[in-house]
Design a binder for this molecule. Structure first.
Ligand code: 3MF
Ligand code: MG
Length: 343
């Protein structure tokens, strides 16, 4: 399979059990080792981690034990010819993160969040990656009056500065999302994430990760979110997927809802030489109805979709596009793109 220099990744959570808020799991849990064994055959190169995907129950372990377990995972990756792309601190499940993590109203809970994030940075180092992804899951409110958004911005800034200081090699990519689990999140879009990054004490080490579904949930076009971040050299990761309108976060297979939107995401990534700066992460989940033994096809489909759309992006008649732009014949441009996609 020719991947044109692109590297692909997903996280262990992308082979999942199909639970939703109204029903229990419908598929058994795959052992981590079994998950690792399918990456290569599906065409993937790298693994994304939450800190506890790599080191389960890390809150109960000493730094030495955490280091030891992370090194063992690194060996398992190497055995499969894989590498780690990033580590994300899981700051949304523990009881101490119920009111947010860095923006909790309780100072002990805020310091728990920082300590946990430092452990995630240690794990990243042991796994051989310098990249931390921050999905700020519970940094927001259900009740607007419960927190102060301005204070929260400073708490987030302080937390990121603390991590940058803690590990001078660490790069941080903020993954914005407007809602779910919170009603309203403090860092909902690329613009918010970039603004926060530029305010830190070392802006060169803070970038963003764009997830298609998250942009769509914010009422934005992931294509422009990608371009905006890449205009400033800040797109260090993507979570490509798809989303049918403004609902819960669906994590549908890439391109399965809106082919043209997916085409344009690939087109702008490629025009900006994304393969030189980051991996193509596919944050997709199999729909709940998918039988267990067939529950990796969403990953296969998403990767193949990317590569097919890449060919279409590269075979687009750019001269014809430019001429239509000059003539302002956007209706003909519309037809050219649709015809190109339909083949
Ligand atoms: C939530 C997400 C998360 C993040 C992951 C890494 C479970 O909507 O997209 O996936 O991507 O936690 O930051
Ligand atoms: Mg994601």
């Amino acid at each position: 399979m020719d991947k044109y220099g692109y590297r692909f990744s997903f996280g262990p959570w992308n082979i999942h059990e199909g639970a939703d808020p109204f029903g229990p799991p419908v598929r058994p849990t795959w052992d981590f080792e079994v998950k690792l064994s399918v990456y290569k055959e599906l065409g993937f190169d790298a693994v994304q981690f939450h800190d506890d995907d790599a080191v389960p129950d890390l809150n109960d372990l000493s730094p030495a034990q955490i280091g030891q377990q992370a090194r063992a995972v690194r060996q398992k990756l190497a055995d499969q010819g894989l590498v780690a792309e990033f580590v994300a601190p899981r700051l949304w499940e523990h009881p101490k993160t119920i009111d947010g993590a860095y923006t909790s109203n309780n100072p002990q809970e805020r310091s728990y969040a920082i300590d946990r994030s430092k452990k995630a940075a240690d794990i990243a180092r042991e796994l051989g990656t310098d990249l931390m992804v921050l999905w700020l899951a519970r940094e927001g409110t259900y009740m607007r009056e419960a927190k102060d958004a301005g204070r929260a911005a400073h708490q987030l800034l302080e937390a990121i500065n603390t991590l940058l200081e803690y590990d001078p090699d660490l790069r941080i990519a903020i993954e914005p999302k407007p809602n779910e689990p919170m009603d309203l999140a403090y860092i909902p879009t690329m613009g918010h994430a970039l603004a926060l990054g530029f305010q830190t004490q070392d802006p060169g080490r803070v970038g963003v990760l764009m997830e298609s579904a998250h942009s769509i949930l914010a009422g934005l076009d992931p294509v422009d979110e990608i371009s905006f971040a890449m205009a400033f050299g800040k797109l260090w990761g993507v979570h490509l997927n798809d989303q049918n309108g403004l609902k819960f976060d669906q994590d549908r297979s890439f391109g399965s809802v809106d082919l043209r939107r997916a085409f344009n995401q690939v087109r702008v990534l490629d025009e900006n030489r994304y393969w030189e700066v980051g991996m193509v992460g596919l944050d997709v989940k199999a729909v709940r109805t998918q039988p267990n033994e067939l529950a990796t096809k969403h990953l296969r489909n998403s990767l193949h979709m990317f590569l097919k759309l890449l060919q279409l992006a590269r075979s687009l008649d750019r001269e014809a596009v430019d001429e239509l732009i000059v003539a302002r014949d956007y209706e003909e441009l519309d037809w050219l793109i649709l015809s190109h996609l339909m083949g």
